[in-house]
Design a protein around this ligand. Structure first.
Ligand code: ZN
Length: 112
């Protein structure tokens, strides 16, 4: 286990992940394509977030997308269904050396 830390632009929100990403996911769904996020996925317990956040629930009510209330950076998403043990972290909030050279996996979220 190797911890990595990221922050939003203003630094009010901090994100810690326990895993080292080996790839990042780029999704074309209606929200991700607008946000320009790159996702790292992990079990809920492997992601810790502190700070003041505002949530946005999409029309399908599956996920809450979280952003810093001060600077507006999108930091992560959580599943509304508690039994779905997966969280997505916007890896762009981390130092580029952690993710910029990783393979990008295209997720066709627009099709389902
Ligand atoms: Zn912020």
């Amino acid at each position: 286990m190797s911890e990595h830390n990221g922050t939003c632009h203003c630094g009010a929100v901090t994100i810690t992940i326990d895993d080292t990403p080996t790839e990042v996911a780029e999704c074309n769904c209606s929200i991700c394509r607008r946000l320009g996020t790159l996702w790292h996925y992990g079990p809920r317990a492997s992601v810790r977030v502190t700070g003041e956040l505002a949530g946005y629930v999409q029309g399908d009510c599956m996920l809450t997308t979280w952003r810093c209330t001060n600077c507006g950076c999108v930091t992560h998403w959580t599943a509304i269904d508690d039994t779905y043990d997966r969280t997505g972290v916007n890896i762009r909030m981390f130092d580029p050396s952690l993710w910029q050279d990783l393979p990008r996996r295209f997720v066709d979220g627009a099709s389902y």
